[in-house]
Design a protein around this ligand. Structure first.
Ligand code: A5P
Length: 216
């Protein structure tokens, strides 16, 4: 079974979690693309919020109704992919540069479901850790969180520069706090287990469901 097939299976399984009338946050990436197609086939009347222009465009072209996130103060459910999931439930996200909006959506949602193929399951998280940085003072911010490499002129939809932290990871919580505490860092791609309520991972032809019960 290919990785694409695993992505399709988890995307379709996650689409079954959506019910009519729900307010649903949609993540970004190739796994989410399968989710969007499955949601479009279900033709539910639900309100969707997109974490990126890519998702917004893709969802609209499939006929899903995308609302502005300024219209909702919370969400019932959010579904997103990830770059890595550690055995203790931490995520690295942002390979696609959308992690700031994705984290806002995850934190706003009653339930945050992560959908991944088996290649994303790791024992221990490894670099790169994506970061979004303010352009103002970029060189000093990069120096403070060295070694961090800019991804050229790639920006987030909110205008931040995207970069990858490449240094030691150590204790996840400590790295997350250090990155957050550095002025100029808009957001980093480490998501703590407390943000996540469910993980759907594709392993061959089966979808493994883990309820992590993140509390918020
Ligand atoms: C996007 O910004 C990211 O957080 C992740 O890279 C994404 O959710 C995973 O994408 P794939 O499903 O394409 O691996």
């Amino acid at each position: 079974v290919s990785r694409e097939e695993e992505k399709r299976l988890v995307g379709e399984a996650a689409a079954e979690l959506v019910e009519a009338g729900m307010r649903v946050g949609l993540g970004t990436g190739s796994t989410v693309s399968y989710l969007l197609r499955a949601l479009a086939r279900r033709q539910l009347k639900a309100d969707y919020v997109a974490s990126s222009p890519r998702t917004e465009h893709e969802a609209r072209s499939l006929g899903l109704s995308i609302e502005s996130f300024e219209n909702f103060d919370d969400l019932d459910l959010a579904i997103d992919g990830a770059d890595q999931i550690s055995s203790d439930g931490w995520l690295i996200k942002g390979g696609g540069g959308a992690h700031t909006r994705e984290k806002i959506i995850a934190a706003a949602s009653q339930r945050f479901v992560v959908i991944v193929d088996s290649s994303k399951l790791v024992d221990v998280l490894h670099v790169p850790v994506p970061v979004e940085l303010q352009r103002f003072g970029i060189e000093t911010t990069l120096r403070q969180i060295a070694p961090t490499e800019l991804r050229g002129d790639e920006t987030s939809p909110d205008g931040g520069l995207l970069a990858d932290y490449l240094g030691p990871i150590g204790v996840y919580q400590e790295l997350a706090q250090w990155l957050c505490a550095t002025p100029g860092v808009v957001e980093h791609g480490l998501f703590p287990p407390s943000l996540v309520t469910d993980i759907l991972s594709g392993t061959g032809k089966t979808v493994v469901r883990t309820t992590t019960g993140g509390t918020r």
